[in-house]
Design a protein around this ligand. Sequence first.
Ligand SMILES: Cc1ncc(C[n+]2csc(CCOP(=O)(O)OP(=O)(O)O)c2C)c(N)n1
Ligand SMILES: [Mg+2]
Length: 259
Amino acid sequence: MLHGRQMPNHYALRDINLVSISSPVGTQIPHAVGAAWAMKHRGDKAVAIVYFGDGATSQGDFHVGMNFAGVFKAPVVFLCKNNQWAISVPLGHQTASKSLAVKAHAYGFEGVRVDGNDALAVFAATKAAADRARSGGGPTLVECLTYRMGPHSSSDDPTRYRKPEEVELWKQRDPVERFRRYLEGKGLYDKAWDDAVHKEIDDAITAAVRHAEKVPAPPSETVFTDVYADLPWHIREQMEEFTKGGFRRRPEDMGEFPL
Ligand SMILES: Cc1ncc(C[n+]2csc(CCOP(=O)(O)OP(=O)(O)O)c2C)c(N)n1
Ligand SMILES: [Mg+2]
């Protein structure tokens, strides 16, 4: 249970085996390889797929995960969303390789690069990789070349480090609009349906935000009790000190933030 404490894009859903990423970039890569390796041992016919960015390929976790998966033929798909930026660091400062996909060859398995703004190409490459993993063929690295249109987060200002022309160019390649045009060309696009889906999603988000705004903040003590199944002695000591009033409780009780 995440109890709503995770960052907004670190979602998880047990029903569909969706595991949250952790905040340190790239740590989900060895997690996925471990899960894939465990599934293989148990004889499950399942495949693990792990998503990460171009920046994550510079982390040791990427090497560790790719190497282990290659040696032990773990049923895992590595899907790198290469949006060419890791906050303000461009791809050219991330690697000297010709592509990210090519890195798979050093680990003894296939790496493919696809147009990440082409939904069908991404689907086809992902499916081929999943089929290979499921049939005992081991891992694949799928590099999806795309672009980060907006800021990394609300505290990032990309106008300080990239040119507006670059953003304009990628605007023309909007994958959603491109897929819409594709469906239109095939006579499969239904505007009324599209509008209805947009409205349905907008309404669901608005309702979720309204609900979230009404939910009170969790009790402060849960920062201790929610971490371990059995509270270690030093955390218990800190909790006791905290609940005795040794620490000030919440920002709103403090008057002003301590420096
Ligand atoms: C180990 C580590 N270093 C730095 C950060 C701060 N940080 C959060 S996201 C990010 C950039 C990630 O870039 P990328 O892997 O390309 O993913 P993107 O956000 O572009 O999808 C950084 C540096 C972090 N979370 N973890
Ligand atoms: Mg990136």
